[in-house]
Design a protein around this ligand. Structure first.
Ligand SMILES: *Cc1c(COP(=O)(O)O)cnc(C)c1O
Length: 416
């Protein structure tokens, strides 16, 4: 069970809304930093352990700065994300570049910044060499194919577009050695929003065994193993957060049995989690615009799927709290909708809530990752502001809401 609480009171929220109109996403700094520290603490036994925050989950440099101060690196997969790293003051091996179907310009920029480059395909070795030369330290993304089950968001590894096959891993590292590369890493990421701690231990087992095999067959010695992201969060109250202490203990045992026993220590362990760090600490705050009763009951909000796409995209559950009505009986069944001209623009379907009225504040939980960042402008909807709630209760606006001028900025209407 996970209790779905809010880091602010209704009165606090009303004060915030008086200054920053709904809808907006608000992130809880204390929650994010506690989570970040817990993550690092769980792996303190591994010298050189690093968590590279997957910036696509919450691409805001103010958040990245907080995490960088806490000791995190950044995981990037596009040019814009590399620029966020740069503007936030991250450089060199604090940056992991894990892209796929990557253009040369992005390899070039990642190399300029001194990022660790993680290839998604064996053909990228020749592609990068030809276009901008190879960096000193290279890692490959492994796709275990039939050896591992994936899950709903990322799909089955065999059908997923990511990574090298086992044979390509061996061939690729051999090739790098021939080219004089001396520093190596290895990466895998086969699940998304996975809640089973054992899943991550099993992933480590697959990677550690592969490290031993590659070492035996090619002589390559690895500096790090990047176990990817994909750590799930309890979107539903009946789910349980992944116990990172347990994940860590399981991985530590394998590390001793496989890595240390084969003389391959030290090996730095990396993660590139996004969702697990910020996801539970973000909230989309909206208001009820209209209550509508036809064949069903609808509560229409002033936010829409352009602010939070996960329910429409994955059928994902996001918990909803009505501040001030938490303790009233949840006796009315609503579809909670946005205003897009798309019938899947629903934050919740058949959700039991207290009786709602126009102007009620609606808080949608767990929007701190893959929330605002998935926003889009379809139907002329504008992306909302992002706010940061500091531990002392003060609030900063860390991104303003888009305006119509932003929306039209790419048109030259003088040519009309
Ligand atoms: C999306 C992604 C992540 C982060 O995933 P989370 O589910 O947010 O932890 C990490 N690495 C890669 C390569 C990704 O594509």
């Amino acid at each position: 069970m996970t209790e779905k609480t809010l880091p602010f009171t209704k009165a606090q929220l009303e004060t915030i809304i008086a200054k920053y109109p709904t809808p907006f996403h608000i992130y809880d700094e204390r929650g994010i930093l506690n989570c970040a520290r817990g993550f690092l603490d769980a792996f303190a036994w591994n010298a050189g352990f690093k968590e590279y925050f997957a910036i696509k989950a919450l691409p805001n440099p103010f958040i990245m700065k907080l995490l960088h101060n806490a000791g995190f690196g950044i995981d990037c997969s596009s040019l814009a994300e590399l620029e966020i790293a740069n503007m936030t003051g991250l450089s060199g091996e604090e940056i992991m570049f894990t892209a796929n179907d990557t253009p040369a310009s992005e390899f070039q920029r990642a190399k300029e910044l001194g990022a660790i480059i993680n290839f998604d395909d064996i053909s990228h070795i020749a592609y990068m060499e030809r276009n901008c030369g190879l960096p000193d330290l290279i890692s490959f993304r492994y796709n275990p194919g039939p050896l591992k089950e994936g899950n709903m968001i990322i799909g089955n590894p065999e059908e997923a577009k990511y990574g090298f096959t086992r044979e390509q891993m061996l061939e690729g590292y051999k090739l790098l050695k021939q080219k004089g590369i001396k520093r190596f890493g290895i990466h895998t990421m086969v699940a998304s929003n996975e809640l089973s701690p054992d899943y991550f231990v099993e992933t480590a087992a697959i990677i550690f065994e592969l490290i031993v095999e590659i070492h035996r067959k090619t002589g390559v010695r690895f500096e790090f193993a990047n176990l990817g992201g994909g750590i799930g969060i309890p979107y539903r109250p009946d789910q349980q957060a992944v116990d990172m202490q347990r994940v860590s203990a399981g991985i530590r045992k394998l590390y001793d049995e496989v890595i240390v026993a084969n003389g391959l220590a030290p090996l730095k362990l990396f993660f590139e989690a996004g969702r697990a760090i910020t996801g539970p600490h973000g909230y989309l705050v909206a208001k009820v615009l209209h209550i509508k009763e036809t064949y069903r009951k609808y509560a229409g909000l002033d936010a829409c799927m352009a602010n939070l796409m996960r329910p429409a995209l994955y059928g994902a559950y996001h918990h909803i709290t009505i501040p001030g009505k938490e303790h009233l009986p949840h006796t009315v069944c609503y579809d909670v909708t946005g205003s897009l001209c798309e019938n899947n623009d629903k934050f919740a379907i058949d959700r039991m809530l207290p009786e709602l009225a126009e102007d009620d504040i609606v808080v949608i939980h767990d929007t701190g990752a893959h929330g605002h960042s998935m926003g889009f402008n379809y139907n002329g909807k504008l992306r909302s502001a992002e706010l940061l709630l500091h531990p002392d209760g003060a609030v900063s606006q860390i991104r303003r809401a888009e305006t119509l001028d932003d929306y039209f900025a790419t048109l030259d209407i003088t040519e009309l």
